[in-house]
Design a protein around this ligand. Sequence first.
Ligand SMILES: [Zn+2]
Length: 188
Amino acid sequence: MAKKEFTLLSEYLYWSYANLAMAHAAVSKNAEKYIQISYIIRARLFKGLMQQTMNIGSIIDDERLKMKLPQICSYCGSADNLSVDHLIPKFKGGEETGDNFVWACRQCNSSKNKTDLMEWYNKKGTFPTLLLLRRYLKIIIDYCIKSGLMNISLDEARLLTLPFNLESIPQVYPKPSELKLWITEIKV
Ligand SMILES: [Zn+2]
């Protein structure tokens, strides 16, 4: 699918989030590929987000979900040498809140180091789990709303120093058969 050309930062971020919701719905149903209902879900959410009749928290309660997840590396699933990693690095302005904390093993922690989450995945040629990506996008969108940036143009946004790498945010998602909701599903 062709990449959409957007003008506003809000369109760019919400399009990624709407795609995430579409992917989430498809993966939850073990779909191999996106079908018409997938595109309807995406279009509705995108429109709702842009018109502010829907919000990014309205899909699933991440915090409740997080408590049910086992304590493993959010990137590879390892249970060894875990420490807390910041989804948005502290030096970039990442907050000391639960939303921004994930478990990471020593290997992933040092590999990711100070790289932006999506930039790191892009470099590895892999894609994060949808639950991880959703938290990342939520933090970013939350930050942009609080900072009054949602209505600026993408061109303006590119000139700013942001706590995330704008160009790395996915605008096109892999097929549902290539995606996972969470890391434990790929542990055999
Ligand atoms: Zn790891």
